[in-house]
Design a protein around this ligand. Structure first.
Ligand code: NAP
Length: 254
């Protein structure tokens, strides 16, 4: 079964906006049956009204009480999942200059980006095991390739996702389930539209979704893009003092 063959079934989380919405459109255009999840329909509404190959299954992935219900809802529609793209996520930045820094943010961001992804694996694993050639895909970030200021919560959550998927890849080999970790660079979505810093090599959600879709055909362990950003972050990792000097905010507090 090829990545582009018809009648394949995919579950996409975070499908109501940004990269997930663009991925949903791309999979539909390639003839896939798509199950799309998020807490709300958001940008999916028009698609849901016009395309019978996409079904919305509401899921707040931070709520463990929803896991069995979402799995049952998926099972009502399909006997198997060929691919899952666990894409849903959030981003918040820590302001250490605040009188009382918002340390609870660590919990909020980990709940969505890490534990939410783990809960999503819990939902879909039984249905993936029923596919002839299953593929589990998770979305981390290029942010894990070098440290960024204020990214204590976001970067740590995405690093946790990357490690989790590397370990899971080993354990799922015995079930013939391939595992891919995607590491996108800066993508123009509601998540990044609030950023006030410059975002090198920013790309559209459609461009990102197309690159992801094409890369997933060969089921790589990891796919980081764009390569120009990977090169910049490689330099950051290998010249950490220079990276620190360039990115760390200058001293303004005693
Ligand atoms: N944009 C970038 O530059 C960039 C770069 C690297 C990695 N990423 C990653 O790519 C993924 C998609 O990001 P995006 O930029 O497309 O962001 P986005 O436009 O804000 O979309 C985030 C999606 O996640 C869903 N979501 C958030 N919290 C959820 C929850 N508790 N339960 C279920 N769904 C939830 C949202 O839907 P609801 O609010 O309706 O639930 C929405 O569909 C994220 O994992 C992000 O970290 C993005």
């Amino acid at each position: 079964m090829s990545h582009t063959a018809g009648n394949n079934v995919v579950w996409i989380t975070g499908a109501s906006s940004g990269i997930g919405l663009a991925l949903t459109k791309r999979y539909l255009s390639e003839g896939w049956r798509v199950f799309a999840s998020a807490r709300s329909q958001g940008g999916l509404s028009e698609l849901l009204a016009t395309n019978e190959n996409v079904t919305f299954l509401p899921f707040d992935m931070t709520d463990v009480n929803q896991i069995d219900d979402v799995r049952a809802a998926l099972s009502n529609h399909t006997a198997h999942l060929d691919c899952v793209v666990l894409n849903a996520g959030t981003c918040e930045y820590l302001d250490i200059t605040a009188t009382e820094p918002d340390w609870k943010m660590m919990d909020r961001v980990m709940s969505v980006n890490f534990f939410g992804l783990v809960n999503s694996v819990d939902v879909c694993l039984p249905l993936l095991k029923k596919s002839a050639k299953p593929h589990l895909v998770g979305v981390s970030s290029q942010a894990v390739q070098a440290a960024f200021p204020q990214a204590e919560a976001y970067g740590a959550s995405k690093a946790a996702v990357r490690y989790f998927l590397s370990s899971l890849r080993m354990d799922l080999r015995q079930f013939n389930i391939d595992v891919t970790c995607l590491l996108p660079g800066f993508v123009d979505t509601p998540l990044t539209q609030k950023n006030t810093f410059s975002m090198p090599f920013l790309m559209s959600a459609e461009d990102a979704a197309n690159r992801m879709y094409s890369a997933l055909a060969s089921r790589p362990f990891e796919f980081a893009f764009p390569k120009r950003l990977s090169a910049m972050l490689w330099a950051g990792r290998h010249f950490p003092k220079l990276w620190f000097t360039l990115l760390a905010p200058k001293k303004s507090h005693s």
